[in-house]
Design a protein around this ligand. Sequence first.
Ligand SMILES: Nc1ncnc2c1ncn2[C@@H]1O[C@H](COP(=O)(O)OP(=O)(O)OP(=O)(O)O)[C@@H](O)[C@H]1O
Length: 275
Amino acid sequence: MPPAEAQALSPKEMRKRPLVVMQSVSKVFSSGTVALSNMSLTVESGEFISLLGPSGCGKSTALRIIAGLGNVTSGAIDWPSSRINSKGLPEGDISFVFQEPTLMPWKTVFDNVHLPLKLKHVSKAAAHDRILETLSTVGLQDFASAYPRELSGGMKMRVSIARALVTRPKLLLMDEPFAALDEITRQRLNDDVLRLWKVTGITVIFVTHSVFESAYLSNRIVVMKARPGRVHADLPLTTSLERDAHYRTSEEYRRACETVSHSLIGAINAVEDHR
Ligand SMILES: Nc1ncnc2c1ncn2[C@@H]1O[C@H](COP(=O)(O)OP(=O)(O)OP(=O)(O)O)[C@@H](O)[C@H]1O
């Protein structure tokens, strides 16, 4: 939709539209690597989408382009339900959580979470209640004055998530956030993220290599073909069950994992045929 048309819509009309649309996006790096080729994806508000695919298929590239951290070579990223700012990005925040928590070691947990608000010139005093509230949503209310060196890997990742959520973004982009953590911590953080998603209504796009993680978290899994990346399969994942410890051992979860696994194998074989 042309930007001028989008700007003319009422807030109610805008909310009914998809949050973000990738339209035939291709990305060729200056090295000549074709990372994405005609990738199209429509993300509705409130979805929890996992991007899954073989290593190097362009998952991170797609996420970075959505975040405005890289340009498209051809195609477009549209934000049909948002007003666009001068940088071509939607008004309202987009937050990014990387695999590494990337905390400032010389700053307390409180100050680390304050950072995105500080960059918007919100003082510590003005941000105080919101920071503590956000720390509380990730279970770290008692660690506001701790330093990163005093925290476990899982706690550092919780701080990173709190830092991403403190601006109350409309879209949370997560790039293999739990890949470096042990299985138990990873499962706990999966539950935390699911709870936050339900409570806040935020839209999440989550990059993972793990079939199991994607099938546990998402209401939709987008399986990508190997480089050049594009969509191989778009799998809705509805379940009547609560996603909790019981779900992990349920027949429904096993079947979901099987479906996703088959699709991933199909994506890998599609490349072999192509060669
Ligand atoms: N800045 C860059 N310059 C040149 N090539 C790049 C750059 N970033 C990524 N690539 C290449 O683009 C392709 C896609 O990379 P990307 O990191 O998006 O894949 P991925 O699916 O996220 O990989 P992984 O699952 O291993 O993290 C890869 O071949 C990678 O080497």
